[in-house]
Design a protein. Structure first.
Length: 194
């Protein structure tokens, strides 16, 4: 897997930045207004130099995002205070957080603490369940505290997207399992986010 532009240097970085520009131009052309940038796994920020490189690049294209009504949602594995610090350095008009419920559960983060730290900057939510330090599992069978998540998001005033990024069906009935996960999500929203 190729590293993202903030993890490489020289001509490779220039080429990857050019590719990113092409992607966002394509998104703008077809009306996609939000781009999730994963700062996890291979895209994780490992040092201040990489963070500065990322910031410099995105600051250079903030005008483009603003003029096209686009936003970047950073998905990160930073601890709550660190993610609050990071997003606090970004323009809130163009930059927010993609909150992944399952990834946070796998890292052992307290959703009430996370959302209290940066809930006002969450602009997209991935609904997923994972085991602590483990893989994605069917919704409701992992470590995610859905009641606390949805209650905290409602308290923070979140009214954005909820994207199912769930475990696949084990029996091949993908439409059936997605329908069940959709219904579970609606139930959580009805009971906990009201």
């Amino acid at each position: 897997m190729q590293a993202p532009f903030w993890r490489v240097k020289g001509e490779e970085r220039v080429a990857l930045e050019r590719d990113f520009h092409a992607v966002i131009a394509g998104c703008a052309a077809v009306g996609i207004f939000m781009i999730v940038v994963p700062l996890v796994d291979n895209g994780r920020l490992e040092n201040a130099e990489q963070e500065d490189m990322l910031i410099t690049f995105f600051e250079s294209i903030t005008g483009y995002f603003n003029s096209n009504g686009m936003k970047v949602a950073f998905e990160s594995d930073f601890a709550p205070g660190e993610l609050s610090r990071f997003i606090g350095r970004r323009d809130p008009i163009s930059f927010g957080i993609n909150y992944d419920i399952g990834n946070s559960a796998a890292l052992g983060f307290d959703p009430a603490e996370e959302i209290a730290c940066y809930g006002g900057r969450i602009i997209n939510v991935h609904i997923k369940d994972r085991l602590l330090a483990g893989p994605t599992v069917p919704l409701g069978t992992g470590s995610a505290d859905m009641k606390t998540v949805f209650t905290s998001l409602a308290k923070a005033g979140y009214d954005g997207n909820y994207i199912l990024q769930t475990a696949r069906a084990t029996d091949g009935d993908h439409a059936g399992v997605l329908s069940r996960y959709r219904d579970m999500t609606i139930d959580w929203l009805t009971h906990y986010a009201a």
